[in-house]
Design a binder for this molecule. Structure first.
Ligand SMILES: [Zn+2]
Length: 197
């Protein structure tokens, strides 16, 4: 899926126009709760070995690599468990995670733009939390970047709180300034956590 305005990969879908948008052409807006359209959620299941080609394709599409640097480590989503949301046979969303000590680390979360707006990310988070609870873990953690306002919104709406900020950590990792959501410079790693009740 390509951006409505250029040839870049679409990461979001405009909630008003339905246009597909790359990071450069996405903007943040405030809307009334009453305007939200609720479509039924998609089913989620654990990834099986045969799913990893699709996981690789999705990671490369949105991140250009399968490795994710966060929490002072590097994780490869091809070596991690994942939860997948499907629409019929098409992969709609994925949540890759690592289990370490008392925590479930959300390493990567993607939802294809055509399946946004139907609580796909929240469905994936709910199953991840169930997994963490079943394993007796104390918390879920996630790291995002300063520009990623949709992610900061999603996680805080879902009960995560900011636990740590690493100013300049992502800039140092990239070695140069990259532009993220709405062309905001990507600089800082923001860590959030949610205690498992
Ligand atoms: Zn664009």
């Amino acid at each position: 899926m390509r951006c409505h305005y250029d040839d870049q990969i679409a990461v979001y879908r405009c909630a008003r126009s339905g246009e597909y948008l790359c990071l450069d052409h996405a903007r943040l807006d405030v809307v009334s709760v009453s305007t939200r359209v609720r479509l039924p959620p998609l089913p989620v299941r654990a990834a099986q070995p045969e799913d990893y080609d699709a996981i690789k394709e999705m990671a490369l599409m949105y991140w250009g690599e399968t490795e994710v640097a966060c929490f002072d480590q590097t994780y490869d989503v091809l070596k991690l468990p994942a939860l997948l949301a499907f629409s019929e046979d098409k992969l709609a969303g994925m949540l890759s995670y690592a289990l370490e000590g008392d925590r479930l680390i959300i390493v990567m979360l993607n939802v294809h733009p055509e399946f946004q707006g139907r609580r796909t990310a929240r469905s994936l988070l709910a199953i991840a939390e169930r997994e963490a609870r079943n394993r007796g873990l104390a918390r879920m953690v996630v790291a995002t970047s300063n520009d990623d306002l949709p992610a900061l919104y999603l996680y805080q709406r879902w009960g995560f709180v900011i636990s740590e900020v690493k100013p300049g950590a992502i800039l140092a990792h990239h070695g140069r300034e990259e532009r993220g959501f709405a062309s905001i410079p990507v600089r800082d790693e923001i860590r959030l956590e949610r205690k498992i009740a």
